[in-house]
Design a protein around this ligand. Structure first.
Ligand code: MRU
Length: 351
């Protein structure tokens, strides 16, 4: 299985996902700023993976704070945490990981700075390892939703590359394949940055899971032709009422799936939920550079200077989501109640 991020001795290694699948290159991050740039420019992407990167980035950054005084350390650390949070606005996991690191600093006010730095670094590794465990659980919990012989449509990349490892939506697909189910995966290309054709198709081929790539606009045709049995995606943020933000194009897939009576499932860890937001309209949607839209694989295809609009995510209202698969089990509508229950039983702080 691919691991997209890991610690070096005084640095972090990240697989540069902008180069995949043609080149597997490790990007070396030696400072918090390197990590922020890697997240912003999407050398590493996917909600849980950028959460892990944020935690590791802060651990790296904390080592550059040269003071023995707790107050000075805390102030500098909080500034860094704020910068890290702003790298990408939509995924809940990034903010969740940053807040988890802040809580360690707040809690250790009686410890010396060296001990705090060690604890922060240890915590970032725990976040990485726990994320893989969580994805394995999501995979097992989702198994029952995948019939033997199913053709599954997935969007973007919610695989090992988008997480600490194994994946969320792709984790469920992996688990079904590993359980011996005869499945076929349809992957849409996922314009503008092509995470589907570049990353998801690559991950599936590495594991010999049957895969066919389509253009984004072919999904409706396939659904109407009964060539898809279910749709499964990851999520970047899920509001209290079950509305979810995911890669642009998810909403239209969910609407077409409902129109064709095809279940639309979402697989996500609890760190992707944001119970403070009543509904999806409150989720901040990242807008990326217009040039991504008028280029294809880095080549300009539109007329120079043409206007373009590039929202990176959209909101799928809860009414289109058949179930959400988490590490705590599969939750179904009405989501407000089931998501509240999830947080009543979960130590959300993770600390
Ligand atoms: O812009 P990206 O590539 O970071 O968007 C990723 C997605 O939308 C994924 O589906 C989501 O983060 C879930 S990853 C397990």
């Amino acid at each position: 299985m691919i691991h997209t991020i890991r610690w070096g001795s005084n640095c972090i290694y990240i697989i540069d996902q902008r180069r995949l699948p043609q080149k597997k290159e490790w990007l070396v991050c030696r400072s918090l700023q390197d990590v922020i740039t890697a997240v912003r420019e999407m050398a590493i992407r996917g909600a849980p993976a950028i959460g892990v990167a944020a935690a590791m980035g802060l651990a790296l950054g904390s080592h550059s704070i040269k003071t023995e005084k707790y107050g000075t350390f805390r102030r500098r650390f909080l500034e860094m945490a704020q910068q890290m949070k702003l790298a990408r606005p939509t995924a809940a996991n990034l903010r969740w990981a940053v807040e988890r690191m802040i809580r360690i600093v707040e809690r250790m006010h009686d410890n010396n700075v060296k001990e705090i730095k060690e604890a922060i670094r240890k915590e970032s590794q725990i976040i990485l390892e726990k994320d893989i465990e969580i994805n394995l659980k999501i995979g097992q919990n989702g198994l029952g939703l995948i019939p033997d012989g199913a053709t599954i449509l997935t969007h973007c990349n919610a695989g090992a590359l988008a997480t600490g490892g194994y994946g969320t939506a792709l984790g469920v697909i992996r688990a079904a394949y590993e359980a011996g189910k005869n499945i076929h995966v349809i992957v849409d290309e996922t314009r503008p940055l092509l995470q589907g054709v570049r990353l998801t198709a690559f991950e599936l081929m590495e594991e010999n899971i049957p895969v066919t790539v389509i253009v984004d606009s072919a999904a409706g045709y396939l659904m109407r032709k009964k060539m898809i049995d279910l749709v499964i995606t990851g999520a970047d943020r899920i509001a209290l009422n079950g509305d979810m933000a995911n890669k642009i194009g998810s909403y239209q897939l969910a609407v077409i799936a409902k129109e064709n009576k095809i279940p639309f499932y979402v697989a996500a860890p609890i760190s992707t939920f944001d119970p403070d937001l009543k509904n999806g309209d409150l989720i901040p949607i990242e807008e990326r550079e217009p040039k991504e839209v008028i280029s294809f694989a880095g080549h300009l295809i539109g007329p120079e200077g043409v206007d373009a609009f590039n929202p990176a995510f959209d909101i799928t209202p809860a009414k289109y989501i058949s179930a959400i698969i988490t590490e705590k089990g599969v939750i179904k509508p009405p989501y407000r109640r089931s998501i509240r229950n999830l947080f009543d039983t979960e130590d959300y702080s993770g600390t």
